[in-house]
Design a protein around this ligand. Structure first.
Ligand SMILES: Nc1ncnc2c1ncn2[C@@H]1O[C@H](COP(=O)(O)OP(=O)(O)OP(=O)(O)O)[C@@H](O)[C@H]1O
Ligand SMILES: [Mg+2]
Ligand SMILES: [Mg+2]
Length: 744
């Protein structure tokens, strides 16, 4: 019998044996401290060694690197609630839960706490070394536990695993279980590392020595192969199997789109009007389609007859729509064996009239037996795969022809998206109005012939969206991650009074923060959440704010962007935190808005007569003016409480037009914006009350500065004493979140 201090053992890994979990954990530890491409190189080195020593373990290693237990569309999720993890750590280390919580508050990361707790522990014997496949298998078992005492069983299983962990292993095991690795390594980096590793391993096998530019170009070619294959076939099991058996060169040919495997949908760019559309699609043939406001539905039929419906997020929604599955055969033409169609699923009434999105959102999400009282219509707009052949590289005109000739409109169930092929601005304008009258959000405008392929997972410039609410506003709504919340007071006692929201920066794979959340310390929320819940928010405009921290690297002076008069629209169940609006998108919206504001000023100066029609715009301009000066206010930053700004909704004070134009032009952050690349973190007040307040505030005219008390400052002082460091996982439909349904 001997005593050993955990965490000191050297890693033993012989060729032909299983990959030691410690080797994996040490790799992650290194990656945590590296930046940019070095992260990819480090992971590639590890994968290369796996390919050499234990190729059968590569799939498990890759899944663990992206913190998944299988293809995302299979939906096996690891995320274990923090409280259960604390229990498991306590159980495994013999420490009190309360002590662990105290440590957690100090360190802000349960993984580090688990590691330290394990290192302090003296053990009777060194546990048998864990391997990647055993940990992967155990994690899968844990994720699959269900039923009454599932949580207790999970705690037991996790503590069992933790007991077998040494030092650094515990840190990453706990982080994986918590659903966040915190090493800034996203899917794209893992795919690149895989491409590098296949290159290096094949060179080594063939005893070839290549370096410099030549090596880089070989790596790049393989990264492209891996990424193309993964785009069409997002399944690592299949991808790695093909690469191992047939070589990386076979990937693109062998990992094609196939029904039953969802793909990431093509996305659209927001625009604010016909001018922009005409500019972007100058000499292209294009089509305008109604933009339905429902839920994206990718419908797959395999050759064996099985049908699946996937969400925007590749979630399997098949059991949500048994009514669609039942009726789909009626809309399929003769000789159709297999397909993937892209469509919008929308709530409709008995007569086939389109109903608002809110009606659809009342439909049960899983295992529905009938239409659940919410009748839906499917509006088909694209065909991506047909009878054994992917069509994504064909132009839209051809895809649409095949769609229309092989599927049928079925009244009350299946329709083709209403469209008109035109370049005529008057016609487009009329069609837009018609779409809006028919309860659509606006139009989708798409290229038909040139640059008209289906770009999987891309936000493409070949699809433009033009929405009714945003023709004069910022172009689109934002989908932001709930990072924290402020406990409400006054009218909002018992509910949250405001939220701290953030966008996602895929380049750093962070939510704009030096740790994981980044915000001005005076904006510290009462409760901090793990990135999970996504809110769709609309706002009057986007401005520079000294209060909201910008992403490092994107901003030169540390200033961020914030939202003015943000309003909650809905919870985006169909988006993960990483699908939130990106920093880059926010910046783009900001710049576009400023661009068109300037154009508007010029125009207004030309057309001084249209005072009456301008009335509504004036309101917005008035907001802009107030906002801009607030946003860049330096004299009194502490009073620029965003939470309050939102509460104040839209204070209006009529002002002479000329002065208004001048002052806005002067204080417009447009020029500054050119050097500023920033990201948003903003708070807004939840909306039912906000709407009411908005009405009240419209009646009175109050100086914005006077209204600003600092509830969030005092709140955050309180929260300093309490457990402000903790991260909670808000339930998707948390009851304290007020959902506004009248904002459309
Ligand atoms: N005719 C159509 N063609 C394509 N998409 C359509 C059409 N009608 C409705 N849609 C829906 O519009 C969506 C694109 O616009 P929307 O603003 O709703 O995007 P989103 O889901 O909020 O995502 P993001 O804001 O990230 O683009 C598509 O994903 C699709 O669900
Ligand atoms: Mg939508
Ligand atoms: Mg959107």
């Amino acid at each position: 019998m001997f005593f050993s201090k955990a965490g000191k053992a050297a890693v033993e890994w012989a060729r032909g044996t299983k990959v030691p979990y410690k080797e994996f954990a040490l790799t992650l530890e290194k990656i945590e401290d590296l930046s940019g491409k070095k992260k990819i190189d480090e992971l590639a080195q590890f994968f290369t060694k796996v390919l050499d020593f234990s190729p059968d373990d590569l799939t498990a290693c890759v899944y663990m690197s992206v913190n998944q237990l299988g293809p995302s569309y299979e939906g096996l999720e690891l995320g274990v609630a923090e409280n259960s993890l604390i229990k498991a750590v306590a159980k495994a280390t013999g420490r009190q839960e309360s002590t662990i919580k105290t440590d957690l508050r100090a360190k802000g990361d349960l993984g580090t706490v688990a590691q330290q707790s394990r290192s302090k522990q003296r053990m009777i014997s060194t546990p048998k070394a864990l391997t990647v496949p055993t940990v992967f298998k155990k994690l899968t078992e844990i994720a699959k536990l269900s039923g009454v005492s599932a949580m207790n069983k999970k705690v037991d299983a996790i503590s069992g695993l933790l007991i077998a962990c040494e030092g650094i292993e515990a840190r990453f095991l706990v982080r994986m279980l918590a659903g966040k690795m915190r090493i800034g390594l996203g899917e794209q980096s893992v795919l690149s590392a895989l491409g590098y590793a296949f290159t290096l391993s094949s060179l080594a096998k063939n005893e070839k020595k290549v370096s410099g530019e030549k090596l880089d170009s070989l790596k790049d070619a393989n990264v492209k192969r891996v990424k193309t294959a993964y785009c069409e076939c997002p399944n690592y099991d299949r991808l790695i199997e093909v690469a191992l058996t047939e070589g990386v060169e076979a990937l693109v040919e062998k990992c094609k789109l196939s029904p039953g495997i969802p793909l990431k949908p093509m996305l659209a760019h927001p625009t604010k009007g016909i001018d922009e559309i005409m500019r972007r699609f100058r000499d292209q043939t294009m089509t305008c389609e109604w933009k339905y406001d429902g839920e994206r539905g990718q419908i797959h039929k395999r050759e064996d007859g099985q049908i699946f419906i996937y969400s925007r997020n590749q979630e399997n929604n098949t059991t949500k729509y048994p009514d669609i599955i039942e009726k789909i055969s009626t809309c399929i033409g003769e000789g159709v064996e297999s397909f993937i169609v892209d469509a919008e699923v929308v709530a409709i009434d008995e007569s086939g009239m389109i109903l608002p999105f809110q009606v659809l959102s009342t439909r049960k999400r899983k295992n529905v037996t009938d239409d659940n009282g919410v009748k839906v219509g499917v509006f088909l707009f694209d065909l991506l795969y047909f009878n054994g052949e992917p069509l994504v590289r064909e132009p839209l005109r051809k895809r649409r022809e095949l769609l229309r000739s092989n599927f049928k409109k079925i009244e009350g169930s299946f329709y083709f998206a209403t469209s008109v092929d035109t370049n005529d601005t008057d016609e487009i304008n009329a069609f837009f109005d018609e779409a809006v009258q028919n309860k659509c959000e606006g139009l989708m405008i798409k290229t038909l012939d040139t640059e008209a392929t289906y770009e999987i997972s891309r936000r493409s410039k070949s699809w433009l969206k033009m929405k009714k609410d945003y023709v004069d506003g910022v172009g689109d709504t934002l989908d932001l991650v709930v990072m924290g919340a402020y406990i409400g007071n006054g009218k909002r006692t018992g509910v949250y009074g405001g939220y701290l929201l953030g966008c996602y920066n895929p380049a750093t794979e962070e939510y704009e923060t030096p740790i994981y959340y980044q915000f001005d310390p005076t904006l510290k929320p009462d409760d901090i959440f793990a990135p999970h819940l996504v809110f769709e928010v609309k706002c009057a405009d986007i401005t520079i704010s000294p209060r909201h921290k910008a992403a490092s690297g994107l901003s030169e002076d540390g200033k961020g962007i914030s939202l003015r008069f943000p309003r909650f629209l809905r919870i985006r169940d169909d988006k993960n935190a990483e699908d939130a609006t990106s920093s880059e998108q926010v910046l783009e919206m900001y710049k576009n808005q400023e661009l068109s504001a300037n154009q508007k000023i010029e125009k207004e100066e030309d057309e001084d007569n249209d005072e009456v029609e301008e009335e509504e715009k004036e309101d917005i301009d008035e907001l802009n003016k107030t906002n801009t000066s607030e946003g860049s206010s330096k004299e009194n930053p502490a009073k620029t409480e965003v939470k309050e700004e939102n509460k104040n909704e839209s204070p209006k004070k009529p002002s002479p037009k000329k002065t208004e134009k001048k002052s806005r032009a002067k204080s417009s952050p447009v020029k500054k914006a050119d050097q500023k690349k920033a990201s948003v973190a903003s708070i807004f007040s939840s909306s039912k009350t906000a709407k009411k307040e908005e009405m009240e505030l419209k009646k009175e005219t109050v100086s914005p500065n006077k209204k600003r008390q600092s509830p969030s400052t005092s709140d955050s002082e309180d929260s300093n004493n309490e457990d402000s460091g903790k991260k909670r996982q808000p339930a998707k439909k948390r009851s304290r979140v007020i959902v506004d349904s009248d904002s459309d």
